[in-house]
Design a binder for this molecule. Structure first.
Ligand SMILES: [Fe+2]
Length: 343
């Protein structure tokens, strides 16, 4: 695993690949602009967005198509395409890609009808996009290798020599990079660079959250930094990668308690502003958020007062640090992680 992930992961798109994506998108835009269908650039998990689309189309009759990709990939693509993008809506797993598109000034304001459904702490102050779901950072640990009193108190503890070779994480994934972005926003560059150097020394690197959780479950490492929903999904099935593990929530406003907002926004260049806003309003409505409560994503609802799936630790007990999601800087994180030898 350690030897192969580097070849798979390439979070920074080369100029050539951005150009290729842009040309691909341009070729597609003709057909999508002709039709009445909304086009989503979807970096959220495909199954969740499909559930949202089906429910939205059923309620409104508006057809929706999507292009699937990762946060970084589609965020970079939108920035490269600029106002020529065929996309109407952008959905992500995490906030940094939304913040990058916001910085390029490509989003329209989120409608007041949508904003009033989403409490302030679950959307950026700028009003350029909104949180549509949330995931919390957790430390998944092997219960035969660690007792509760041996758990780290803070994410920052994991840079200490005592944790050498004992924890894992997926550095190439946008999921994990969002956590580093929060660390950067909360503690600043020197502290983040230092923590990343500690991670380089101490952590075993995996290709994604699932591989990390599996390594914890197999006892390859004592614990791993992942998002909660990978654990809950596995627990709802055969517990193949989580049966020997439990979750530690850092809480306390710690960077390790970072609550990452999945984002939704309408592109300013969309020619279907009203329908695109309607989609955002729908996914943050009671019906849209109930897809999170009752579906198989195990992500947190953040809007319209819909509670989380009862299997989850309630949102109001997580005590995450306060971060404005528009401040999360994917580019700086990528630079720091590259400098630390993690990418
Ligand atoms: Fe994910």
């Amino acid at each position: 695993m350690r030897s192969t992930w580097r070849r798979i992961a390439d979070p920074v798109l080369s100029v050539a690949s951005i150009l290729a994506l842009t040309l691909g998108a341009t070729a597609c835009s003709t057909s999508s602009e002709k039709s009445d269908e909304l086009l989503i650039y979807n970096a959220q998990h495909e199954s969740l967005t499909k559930e949202w689309i089906d429910a939205f189309t059923k309620q409104t009759g508006i057809k929706v198509t999507y292009r699937q990709g990762g946060d970084t990939e589609l965020g970079n693509q939108l920035v490269a395409e600029g106002t020529a993008s065929p996309a109407d809506v952008f959905l992500t797993e995490n906030s940094p890609a939304m913040a990058a598109v916001e910085r390029a000034d490509l989003f329209a304001d989120v409608s007041a009808d949508t904003s009033k459904q989403v409490p302030e702490q679950y959307r950026p102050a700028s009003g350029k996009w909104t949180g549509v779901a949330a995931r919390t950072t957790v430390f998944a640990y092997n219960t035969t290798k660690l007792r509760p009193e041996q758990l780290p108190t803070s994410l920052l503890d994991l840079q200490q020599p005592t944790w050498k070779g004992r924890w894992g994480a997926p550095p190439a994934k946008a999921d994990f990079q969002a956590i580093v972005a929060a660390l950067l926003a909360l503690k600043g560059e020197p502290a983040t660079a230092q923590w990343l150097a500690g991670m380089k020394t101490n952590a075993v690197l995996y290709k994604d959250n699932i591989a990390t959780l599996k390594a914890v479950n197999d006892g390859e490492v004592d614990g791993g930094v992942v998002y909660h929903y990978y654990w809950f999904r596995d627990q709802s099935k055969a517990k193949e990668i989580s049966g020997n593990t439990a979750l530690h929530y850092f809480g306390n406003g710690d960077p390790g308690a970072f609550l990452s907002l999945s984002g939704g926004g309408v592109l300013k260049s969309s020619k279907k502003q009203q329908q695109a806003q309607q989609f955002l309003q729908f996914i943050t409505s009671k019906a849209g958020q109930e897809v999170l409560q009752n579906g198989t994503s195990y992500e947190y609802p953040v809007a319209s007062g819909v509670p989380a799936n009862s299997a989850l630790k309630p949102l109001d007990q997580l005590h995450p640090p306060v971060v404005d999601p528009s401040d999360l800087d994917a580019k700086k994180v990528s630079d720091l992680m590259t400098a630390a030898g993690l990418l």
